[in-house]
Design a protein around this ligand. Sequence first.
Ligand code: NAD
Ligand code: UDP
Length: 312
Amino acid sequence: MNRILVTGGAGFVGANLCKRLLEDENNYIICVDNFYTGRKSNIEGLMKSDRFEFIEHNIIEPLDIDCNEIYNLACPASPPHYQKSPTYTTKTCVYGVINMLDLATKNDAKIMQFSTSEVYGDPFVHPQEESYRGNVNPIGIRSCYDEGKRVGETLCFDYNREFGTKIKVIRIFNTYGPLMDPKDGRVVSNVVLQALKNDDITIYGDGTQTRSFCYVDDLVEGIIRMMSSRDDFLGPVNLGNPGEFTIKELVDIVVDITGSKSKIVYMPLPSDDPLQRKPDISLAKKELNGWEPKVPLSEGIKLAIDYFKEFV
Ligand code: NAD
Ligand code: UDP
C-alpha cells in the first residue's frame, strides 16, 4: 500500500486531490486538517472508504506518522482568510513546512510543496516563467502568504541540499471548481454566488486586472503527474491555465451563463493586488508528458455554477 499524507485535505484542492488519489486501489490516504478554512462536508463521502483516514491536527505542531508520500497543502489560500491572522499564515508556511519536511526526511518519503503564483508578486515579466524571481512587497498585507510561500520553497530546496530530502515544488495559479467554500472570498465563488442570487457583483478596482483560471480537475492531473515525474525533476513548476481574462471579462461570462439581473459595483482595489497573471506552462508540458489544461473557462464556469447552485 502506498501511504499518502495529504495536509489540508479538507480544503478545496485537497479534497479534490484526495478523491482522485482514492481511485487508485493501491493508495491509503491519511488526511490531516484543522478545519481552519476546510470543511467536514468535503471529506464526509471519502470517510466511508477503509483506505481513507482523517486526523484533526494543526501542522504548526509536529506530527509523527508512517507515510511514503506527502502532499503539503495545509494553508489558507484566499486573501481574506490568509489575512485574518497573518502570523498564523506565516507560521503555517514556515513551522508547518519544517514539520512536514522533517517528517518526509524521517520516513524517506517524497514531499510535494504547494506553492503559488503569488511568489511572482505583482510581476514585471509577463507571462510568468519559473526563472522569474518576482516582485513581492515584504511588508504588505499579502506578504504573510507570498513571503511565507517563498520561504516554503527555500526550505524545500535547503532540506534537499542539506539532508537529501525528496522534494517536488509546484506553483499553482488561480484554480476554481467544485468543493470551493462558498464563503471563501475569492473572485470565482463571490461572483458566481452574487450572480445566482441577483445580488450586486463586487469588482475590486476597475476590473482590468487579469488572472488565469484553471479548472480543478486539470490541476489535479498536473499534481499527480508531477508526483510521479523523474526523481531529479524537483520543480518549481507552474501549474495553471494560460488563458488570461480580465476580472470584468470573468464577470461578463458568469452573467451571460446565469442570465443574472445583478448590477456591478466597483470597490477599491486591495493594496498590492497583482495587475496581471498568466503562467508560462512550457516546463510543465515538457516534464509532465505534455500536460496542459483541457477545460476552457467557459465550460469550467458552467460546472462551477452547477456546484454553487446548492448554496443559493
Ligand atoms: P483552502 O483554504 O480551501 O484549503 C486549505 C486547507 O488547509 C483547509 O482545509 C484548511 O483547514 C487547512 N489548514 C490551514 N491551516 C492549517 C494548519 N495549520 N494545519 C492543518 N490544516 C490547515 O485552500 P485551497 O485553495 O484548497 O489551497 C490549497 C493549497 O494550494 C494551499 O497551500 C494554497 O496556498 C495552494 N494554492 C491554491 C491556489 C488556488 O487557486 N486554489 C492557488 C495557489 C496555491
Ligand atoms: N476580486 C474582485 N471581486 C471579488 C473578489 C476578488 O474583483 O469579489 C478581484 C481581486 O481584487 C483580484 C482578483 O479578483 O484582483 C482575484 O482575486 P482572488 O481573491 O480570487 O485571487 P488572488 O488575488 O489571490 O489572485
